[in-house]
Design a protein around this ligand. Structure first.
Ligand SMILES: Cc1ncc(COP(=O)(O)O)c(C=O)c1O
Length: 381
């Protein structure tokens, strides 16, 4: 198997992550609940995950980092937790994943919010100026997919924050966390959402939301937190207010181990490796007759997620043929991002085949992918 679907979930998981999950599963785990040694040990694991994540994202205050099941939870928590009123205006990029688009659409239909998407150019790039022009007195939030999960296009999120000023920025780091340096994000992001199982190399079922000290969120769910238990209302302090229910301790143990690896390796080094692979792949693709790259060609504007179509092939047939011929795993179709495909013009043509590289891919694997694509380009099917 040649795994090129890291934008869906990263693979393989490092042995340290598997060992940490297994060890945590073999121990009793009710962190923050009981006062016995096993409960305290579980709480220490979660503390380690929170501390490592805070370091990766440059967060001064890791108490404001709520841990949950994935970024879909985090984005829903952020969008439903802000106190929006009918007529409030929200701006997003036009490259949002359905985990932002669907909650936003619900706010439009159920609460009467106004949601506008910023324009992009032919390569799917957005400029801060576009956002500046769209600001209104009623703009309450800007939401950005930091990097497209279809084309790899990077959004200049920090520069956009500089022009939107006091308007809070909610950043979806699903495709950037762990693979793009976010070590100062705490200084310019207001709400930072992440998922644990992609570039952060952790298990599925982990993720979280960091809440800037200027914001208060209404909890998406309420329940037991092991704190302020005599009250029938949720605690009013973070992270407990957003962490009702027994946490996924073994998943978070894996995430603690994974983030330890990232801190040791250095996200900048991981980024360099992935961009080297991307550069080889993009160069090779330009030599393949009938291959089209959707998204930015300049490495500075993108990550290691590459959208490809091949003349004569549907995206799903191409993905299936790559797997059958060479064991290459990719993702076809719309990648849960119809807005992006609408923006690119690939919504009605069945989407693209997405290659996404990770820490464990090699140049040899890129070479095999290019050779296989070249052979398929010359195959009648
Ligand atoms: C940009 C983006 N946002 C959100 C998500 C949702 O991630 P999860 O399923 O881990 O919640 C994804 C996953 O594909 C994504 O690529």
């Amino acid at each position: 198997m040649i795994y090129m679907d890291n934008a869906a979930t990263s693979f393989p998981k490092p042995p340290e992550v598997i060992a940490a999950v297994t060890a945590a599963l073999a121990a009793p785990a009710s962190p923050g609940r009981s006062s016995h040694a096993a409960s305290l040990a579980a709480a220490r694991i979660i503390h380690k995950a929170r501390k490592n994540l805070a370091q990766l994202f440059g967060l001064a205050n890791n108490i404001h980092l709520a841990l949950g099941t994935n970024i879909t939870w985090a984005l829903n928590q952020a969008l439903s937790g802000l106190d929006f009123k009918a007529g409030d205006h929200i701006i997003s990029s036009s490259l949002e994943h359905n985990s932002v688009a669907r909650p936003l659409n619900r706010l439009v239909t159920e609460k009467g919010l106004l949601w506008e998407t910023a324009p992009t150019d032919g390569q799917g790039l957005t400029t801060p100026d576009d956002f500046k022009k769209m600001l209104r007195p009623s703009t309450r939030l800007v939401v950005l997919n930091h990097a497209s999960n279809v084309t790899g296009a990077l959004i200049p999120a920090q520069a956009i924050k500089a022009v939107i000023g006091e308007v809070p920025l909610l950043l979806d780091t699903a495709q950037t966390a762990g693979v793009f340096d976010l070590a100062d994000a705490g200084q310019w992001v207001d709400l930072l959402a992440f998922t644990g199982h992609k570039g952060l190399l952790g298990p599925t079922g982990t993720g979280g939301l960091w809440v800037g000290s200027n914001l208060t969120l209404r909890p998406l769910i309420v329940g037991g937190t092991g704190s302020a238990s005599k009250n029938l209302t949720a605690p009013n302090f973070l992270p407990d207010s957003l962490e009702a229910g027994t946490p996924n301790t073994h998943g978070l143990a894996g995430l603690a181990a994974a983030t330890e690896i990232l801190l040791k390796k250095g996200v900048k080094n991981i980024h360099r490796h992935e961009m080297n692979l991307t550069s080889i792949f993009l160069d090779g693709l330009t030599q393949i007759p009938g291959a089209t790259i959707w998204g930015p060609l300049n490495l500075a504007n993108r990550l290691a997620v590459v959208a490809v179509t091949l003349r004569g092939w549907s995206s799903s047939d191409l993905s299936a043929a790559l797997e059958k011929k060479a064991g290459i795993l990719t993702r076809a179709g719309l990648q849960c991002a119809p807005l992006t495909h609408r923006t690119m013009g690939t919504l009605k043509t069945g989407g693209v085949t997405r290659f996404s590289f990770g820490l464990f891919n090699t140049a040899k694997e890129i070479d095999i992918a290019l050779k296989t694509l070249d052979q398929l380009a010359q195959t009648k099917h």
